[in-house]
Ligand binder design. Structure first.
Ligand code: ARG
Ligand code: ZN
Length: 892
């Protein structure tokens, strides 16, 4: 148990360090039970600040020795710090020896063991669990690392940078490797690995003519699952050179996969450590979604080498400096790889769905915080959708305001100014603006930066007035932002609103000319809303147009327009912007769902909407992936976010009813799509086009099974079962299995059993098996009962984060109707797991704890029961800071 101090750290308290650590020479004698760490640092005073004690952070360490310039000195340890006073005025050497117990480190922060090997995770504050240090990102040092370990058990010894020496010790029982990283780096980028691994490697020559060795390290049986990760890495290197002129600065770049990992992956300099989930894939075990996830996470971590490592964060409040920017970069990378405009749009829609599903609720709940937060108790709690995904939207808006080329120029200036430094979000925005002095961004930079300082999702209200006599269309845009914790009043944001006007009769893209302009400037443009209310008057319009606003989701806001169903149908059929076309379809469904939830609970899919959706399904040129997105109903939690008061059971019932109607009304069309979109049998390829076809076929199959079970026809469930058995790839197999499970078919049971038997040795596939069952559409409480039972399945474990998430996250976050029960059993389940997990892994426990963020929005009896469960967790005396912060805010 890591008991908290409940101390709050504030951004405004930032002070530069009193000392600089220039070099670090680390020697590890690796033993799972007791590892010796010998740390020799060159330290000097920071002349800019008054002389004071040196306070080095340390956690869960046994201190055995402290020497200054080779002599023993007096020191004390207080509040997880080693404190040294009366240090020399001149630069000095500090040697610290400690020991730690990696095999007891269940938090997976610092140095820990997984499947018998050693791995590290230092971001944000894990390095202090390895040795005493100034564990803050603005202290950057050059590292030399020597690893010593048993040769047979740990044949591979890796650390950051270049291998400069290796050899045997102890007559060959042990061996050592010495690594040196020439780039000064903050401690959070340190990494080591000592394990029995094999690697796929590839030599590449980059554009600049430099040779590099790329390596992907995995356990021996997993080598056949590394091809896609390697491909993605090669593509990442090429992309960053082509798009931003940023080259790989290392001779060797390594990725290591580990099966016990708290998050997705980590960008340690030259030695990225990854959750196996984002490395391992072959057609038999990974779905198309997994393949795309690998591409984007490999890209993400690689792109950090510049945005994060070469230029890093001054303090952890600036986290979005690297994360928002790097998410933006990985999103752009995936879009560029996808290629065609519609494939790009599919990726954009996916990203917006993620934002709305995770970030919007966060911004509306007790954990709402600005992209650059102002305070934290546990920094690990701020690796959030806001910092990552909203942060990426903020960067995207900058690109929208200065243009793609202007943005690339800004990036170049950013690196010219700050390479090798630890800087702030302000520094980044300033560089982009300074490189584009004539842009709307430069003109309103201070106001634009409210996106960094104000939390909450702004609402943009739009209304159009057509004047037939004057042939003008006057668009009124206004903005507001709801209060968030600690921020009752918000000042206006700078909101780029991309728009087009669509002809009501022919769906034509109309030329856009604002009053006072000489000519029309194309059919799409970006308006900048920066006041509370603004008007824009378009001229030369023969008839009232249909406005297509916020195209491509040009700002992370909620758009409130007054579009009628008839107008949404026009956009659905004709909008040139694929994002808004998709949005129109979602809105049509959402309008009906919300009306039913607020009304008598009866939802009805009317003929015009059915016809429109049918037309989409049969459309001759739209991508399959786009059709799949368009024909998928908004999720239950997205529906919930539109309501003042939420009854999860009612939302579920209404949505399930609409899902069934969609399956039935388009039955013949689903049959057609199922046949028409089959992927030719010539071996699996994870490209966007074939993935799109598989996705649509799976959606069709899900609908066909649902309709079949309802009318007790065995045909489609039988076909799905057959397809499940015969599938030659995981996307098809899991798709067929989900169709059976999602339709509550009798064949789901035997299929699940068979699936488990087939993949019992594939951990990542067994994760899917748990997740599928825990996220199945609830019916009569059976799904919850099953999930609770699965806790005692021999394959279940709370210690492995992927496995814990596969069951708990799937139930508590992805399955509202199974989780929110009138008898409160879901909340009891939640509280028990949070408390159990907190004793093992506080970071993970705190993630799970957030399932209750939106409890205040619940209707009774859910609300009271939820409060009680949260209070029970909060009442536990020994709680980590991580969980304490979440439950305190929830109740606050
Ligand atoms: N920097 C890593 C990434 O986004 C994630 C590190 C997360 N650390 C944490 N303590 N949650 O690529
Ligand atoms: Zn990142």
């Amino acid at each position: 148990m890591r008991e908290g101090t409940a101390a709050v750290t504030r951004r405004e308290d930032y002070a530069p360090p009193a000392y600089w650590i220039k070099t670090v020479d680390l020697t590890f004698d690796l033993d799972p039970a007791k590892t010796l760490v010998f740390n020799r640092m060159q330290i000097e005073r920071n002349e800019q600040v008054p002389v004071q004690a040196l306070r080095l952070d340390g956690e869960d360490l046994n201190l055995t020795r402290v020497l200054v310039n080779g002599e023993s000195v007096s020191f004390r340890v207080e509040n997880h710090q080693l404190v040294l006073e009366n240090l020399p005025a001149e630069p000095f050497t500090l040697e610290v020896r400690t020991t730690c117990a990696p095999e007891k480190n269940t938090q997976l922060s610092g140095l820990y063991t997984s499947s018998g090997g050693f791995f590290t995770q230092c971001e944000a504050q894990g390095f202090r669990r390895i040795t005493y240090f100034l564990d803050r990102p603005d202290v950057m040092a050059v590292y030399t690392v020597t690893l010593k370990a048993d040769k047979a058990r740990f044949p591979v010894l890796l650390s950051n940078g270049n291998l400069i020496e290796q050899g045997e010790l102890d007559g060959g029982h042990k061996h050592y490797a010495k690594w040196s990283d020439p780039f000064p780096k903050p401690s959070y980028l340190f990494a080591l690995v000592a394990a029995k691994l094999v690697c796929r490697e590839q030599k590449i020559r980059s554009r600049s003519g430099r040779d590099h060795l790329l390596q992907v390290y995995v356990r021996a049986g997993d080598l056949d699952k590394t091809e896609h990760a390697m491909r993605s890495l090669i593509a990442s290197v090429a992309w960053d050179e082509a798009r931003f002129g940023l080259s790989l600065d290392l001779d060797r770049f390594m990725i290591v996969a580990v099966s016990d990992f708290n998050m997705g992956a980590m960008e340690n300099k030259g030695l990225n450590i990854f959750n196996t989930k984002y490395v391992l894939a072959n057609p038999a075990t990974a779905t198309d979604t997994d393949f795309f996830g690998i591409e984007s996470v490999v890209g993400h971590e690689y792109f950090h080498n510049w945005t994060g490592n070469r230029v890093t964060c001054r303090d952890w409040f600036q986290l979005s400096l690297k994360e928002g920017l790097t998410v933006f970069r990985d999103q752009e990378f995936s879009q560029d790889l996808a290629g065609s405009p519609s494939a790009r749009a599919v990726k954009r829609i996916d990203d917006v769905r993620t934002l709305r599903q995770h970030q919007f609720p966060e911004d509306a709940g007790p954990m709402a915080h600005p992209v650059r937060p102002d305070s934290y108790m546990a920094i690990d709690n701020f690796y959030t959708a806001t910092v990552y995904d909203k942060g990426a939207e903020v960067v995207r808006m900058m690109q929208t305001l200065v243009g793609r080329e202007g943005f690339a120029r800004g990036m170049t200036l950013y690196f010219e100014r700050h390479d090798g430094q630890a800087v702030t979000c302000d520094d980044f925005a300033q560089a982009i603006a300074d490189a584009n002095p004539d842009s709307a961004l430069a003109r309103q930079l201070d106001q634009f930066k409210r996106w960094y300082s104000q939390a909450g999702t702004p609402r943009v209200h739009a209304r159009g007035y057509y004047n037939a006599e004057m042939r003008t269309y006057r668009l009124e845009l206004s903005q507001s932002c709801p209060p968030t914790p600690g921020q009752p009043d918000k000042a206006p944001f700078v909101i780029p609103v991309a728009l087009g006007l669509v002809g009501r009769d022919d769906g034509r893209a109309l030329p856009l000319q604002l009053v006072g302009e000489n000519a029309a400037a194309g059919t799409e443009r970006v308006l900048v809303l920066s006041e509370t209310t603004q008007h824009f008057e378009f001229v030369g319009l023969d008839a009232e147009p249909v406005p297509s606003l916020l195209r491509g989701f040009s700002a992370p806001v909620v758009l409130e327009d007054t579009l009628s169903d008839a107008e949404l149908l026009i956009l659905l059929a004709h909008d040139h912007d694929p994002f808004n076309r998709w949005e129109a379809g979602q809105r049509l469904a959402l309008n009906r769902l919300l009306a039913a939830v607020k009304g008598d609970g009866q939802v009805h899919l009317d003929a015009p909407v059915i016809d429109a959706l049918r037309a989409v399904l049969h459309h001759p040129t739209l991508d399959a992936a786009f059709k799949e997105l368009l024909l998928t109903l908004p999720g239950e939690s997205y529906i919930a976010e539109q309501l003042e008061e939420v009854d999860p059971q009612r939302i579920h019932a209404v949505r399930e009813s609409l899902r069934l109607q969609l399956a039935q009304a388009l039955h013949a069309d689903w049959e057609w799509a199922f046949d028409h979109y089959q992927v030719a049998n010539e071996g699996y390829s994870p490209d966007a086009a074939s993935a799109g076809r598989r996705g649509l076929v799976n959606l069709a199959l899900g609908n066909l099974c649902l309709a079949a079970v309802e009318r007790q026809s065995p045909l489609w469930p039988g076909k799905a079962y057959q397809r499940f058995k015969d599938a030659d790839n995981m996307t098809d197999r899991l798709g067929a299995l989900s169709a059976l499970v999602g339709a509550h078919s009798e064949l789901a049971e035997p299929a699940l059993e068979r699936f488990h038997a087939l993949f019992k040795d594939e951990a990542l596939v067994i994760d899917k098996w748990f997740a599928l069952q825990a996220s199945a559409p609830e019916k009569d409480g059976k799904v919850f009962a099953r999930a609770r039972q699965l806790l005692s399945h021999p394959d279940f474990s709370l210690r492995n984060p992927n496995r814990a998430r596969s069951l708990i996250t799937a139930l508590c976050f992805s399955n509202p109707a199974a989780f929110h029960r009138r008898d409160a059993a879901g909340y009891v389940f939640w509280a028990d797991r949070v408390l159990e997990l907190d004793a093992i892994n506080p970071q993970l426990a705190a993630r799970v704890a957030r399932a209750m963020d939106r409890w205040r929005q619940l209707a009774e009896p859910y609300r009271s029961a939820a409060r009680e469960a949260i209070a029970r967790v909060a009442a536990r005396a020994e709680l980590s800071d991580d969980v304490r912060e979440i439950v305190t805010r929830a109740l606050g």
